[in-house]
Design a protein around this ligand. Structure first.
Ligand SMILES: [Zn+2]
Length: 177
């Protein structure tokens, strides 16, 4: 399935009426608010959206986004790859009152009658919500642990057992006083 660039605007209610689907790919570099929380702007987002009217009559947008990006490890402050996924279960409504009346399974998307839906904004909101607040490398690959393992304190212990430490030498000197 060939992915198209994400359309900038859609008439969401018209898309619902037409039962439209979107299979798109968007560069992370073009999603500045989402990219601001990442280590860099590399990567892209695959997004699938389906517009339809539910059996209860709600104007629904459901779908999912998957993004391979890099965030900063909060231990060593170097970039690390993560996968951020978002799922959409939205219903288009006009007012706050309608939003409050929605079933729990649907999140409101408040949109005026003549207002186009900016898909990149919708996508960014959902990705930002699903970006972990802090991320850490696995211990085995984190630079912080590489640095800590260099001094090798194990040798000091074995030296002490052999009596070669500065303290052992002091002990030998003491009887001469
Ligand atoms: Zn790290």
């Amino acid at each position: 399935m060939q992915r198209q660039p994400l359309p900038k605007f859609v008439d969401a209610r018209k898309f619902v009426a037409g039962g439209m689907k979107i299979h798109a790919s968007q560069q992370v570099a073009d999603l500045s608010r989402f990219a601001a929380g990442l280590a860099n702007t590399s990567g892209s987002v695959d997004v699938d959206l389906r517009f339809f009217r539910s059996e209860q009559g709600f104007k629904c947008i459901v779908g999912a986004a998957v993004s391979q990006v890099e965030v900063l490890c909060q231990r060593c402050m170097e970039a690390m790859p993560i996968c951020i996924e978002a799922e959409f279960n939205l219903a288009i409504v006009w007012t706050d009152e309608q939003a409050k009346a929605l079933p729990k399974s649907l999140d409101p998307l408040i949109l005026g009658e003549d207002e186009d839906l900016v898909l990149a904004d919708l996508l960014q909101d959902e990705l930002i919500i699903n970006t972990p607040f802090v991320s850490y490398h696995d211990d085995a690959v984190c630079k912080v642990f590489e640095l800590e393992s260099e001094p090798e304190p194990v040798n000091v212990v074995s030296d002490a057992e052999e009596g070669d430490t500065p303290f052992a030498i002091l002990g030998q000197l003491k009887p001469r006083d």
